[in-house]
Design a protein around this ligand. Structure first.
Ligand code: AMP
Ligand code: MG
Length: 314
C-alpha cells in the first residue's frame, strides 16, 4: 500500500470537473479559520451554503486562538469560567483525547504553536526558547468543572475544524440536503457518496490515491502545507508536546476516516505525532479507520481499509 491524505486540492479539482458536466452542482468558496473553505452540493441551493458560511464566521468567534473577540481568546486571557455549549463539547473531548493519547495530542500546546509561528518564521527557535515555551504546556493543568485553564493556554487548531464540519453537515442534513461536500481546508465531510482524492505528500499537486466516502469525514495531517525550510530541514506546524519540537514520527501523512469529523481531526494529528503504532487509536472510536503514508512511501492502513473505501492508489 502507499499513501495518505490531502483531499482538498485534488478533491476540489475532481468536484469542479464533475460540476461542469452535470450542470447541477452549486459550489461556493469562502475564507475562514485561516484556510479556504469549499462547499459543494448537488442541488441548486446557494442559500444553505451562504448560511453555512455564516455559521463558519460564528464558529470562528468561538474557536479562534488569535481573534481578540473570540471566546477562546478570552479563555486564554483567564477571563472566562463559563464555557459556551460548543466550547464545552470541544474542550471536554479535547481533554479526554489528550489523556487518551498520553499528551501526544495536547490541547495546551498554544505556547509552542505561537513560538514556532510556522507561517511567519524562517529560522527555528533556540533550545532555550523551546524550553521556556514548554513549561506551561500540560493538559493536566486544566480543570473542566468548574472550568479553569490553570495557567495553560489552549489551542484548538487540531480539532475545531472537525467539530465545525460536523455541525455543518448536521445543518445541511436538517435542511433536507442529502448530497453535500464540506471542505474546510482539507478537512472533508460528505453527505451522500463521493470519491475523493488523497494528496501525494511528496508532491502535493498530485493525487496519491482515491477513496469512496459515504456520509463520512476524511481528515489528513501532513507536513507538506504549512512549513518552512532551514538549512535543508523542514519545520512544520504539528508539534510534539513532549519535546516542544516539530513531530518527526516517520509519517509523511495520515488520513483518518470517521463518521465524526471531530474524531478524525483529532486522531490525524495524534497519529502524525505518535507514529504508525498509534493506528490502534482508531479502535477507540466507532467505524473509524486510517491510512498512513510513511516517509519511505510505505502505505499502512487499518484492517479492510482497501475494500471498505474502495482504495485506488494512483
Ligand atoms: P492538524 O493540521 O489537524 O494536524 O492540526 C495542526 C494544528 O493543531 C496546528 O496548526 C496547531 O494549531 C495544533 N497542534 C499542533 N500540534 C498539536 C498537538 N500535538 N496537539 C494538539 N494540537 C496541536
Ligand atoms: Mg487535526
Amino acid at each position: 500500500m502507499k499513501k495518505t491524505i490531502s483531499l482538498f486540492f485534488i478533491l476540489i479539482f475532481l468536484l469542479t470537473a464533475a460540476a461542469c458536466t452535470s450542470g447541477q452542482r452549486t459550489a461556493r468558496q469562502a475564507f475562514a479559520f485561516d484556510t479556504v473553505i469549499n462547499i459543494t452540493t448537488d442541488e441548486k441551493d446557494s442559500f444553505s451554503i451562504n448560511q453555512a458560511f455564516e455559521k463558519c464566521r460564528s464558529y470562528e468567534k468561538i474557536f479562534s486562538r488569535t481573534d481578540s473577540e473570540s471566546e477562546l481568546y478570552a479563555i486564554n486571557q483567564g477571563s472566562v469560567t463559563q464555557l459556551s455549549a460548543d466550547m464545552q463539547t470541544v474542550m471536554k473531548f479535547s481533554l479526554e483525547f489528550s489523556r487518551l493519547t498520553d499528551g501526544a495530542f495536547d490541547v495546551t500546546v498554544a505556547p509552542l504553536v505561537e513560538l514556532w509561528n510556522i507561517n511567519g518564521r524562517t529560522v527555528p527557535p533556540s533550545e532555550k526558547e523551546i524550553k521556556e515555551a514548554l513549561s506551561p504546556v500540560g493538559y493536566e493543568k486544566i480543570q473542566f468543572e468548574p472550568f479553569s485553564a490553570g495557567g495553560a493556554a489552549i489551542d484548538l487548531g487540531a480539532v475545531a475544524k472537525g467539530y465545525i464540519a460536523d455541525r455543518l453537515t448536521e445543518y445541511f442534513s436538517q435542511s433536507g440536503i442529502t448530497n453535500v461536500i464540506v471542505d474546510l481546508g482539507g478537512n472533508v465531510a460528505v453527505l451522500g457518496e463521493y470519491t475523493v482524492g488523497i494528496r501525494n505528500p511528496f508532491n502535493p499537486g498530485q493525487v496519491f490515491a482515491t477513496i469512496k466516502l459515504k456520509d463520512k469525514s476524511a481528515v489528513t495531517s501532513g507536513a507538506y502545507q504549512r512549513y518552512f525550510e532551514y538549512q535543508g530541514k523542514r519545520y512544520h506546524h504539528i508539534i510534539d508536546p513532549r519535546t516542544g519540537k516539530c513531530a518527526e514520527s516517520g509519517i509523511a501523512s495520515v488520513t483518518v476516516i470517521s463518521p465524526s469529523s471531530m474524531h478524525a481531526d483529532a486522531l490525524s494529528t495524534a497519529i502524525y505525532v505518535s507514529g504508525t503504532d498509534a493506528l490502534t487509536l482508531c479502535s477507540n472510536f466507532p467505524d473509524t479507520d486510517a491510512l498512513i503514508i510513511t516517509v519511505d512511501g510505505e502505505v499502512i492502513t487499518t484492517e479492510n481499509f482497501e475494500k471498505k473505501y474502495d482504495l485506488r492508489i494512483e
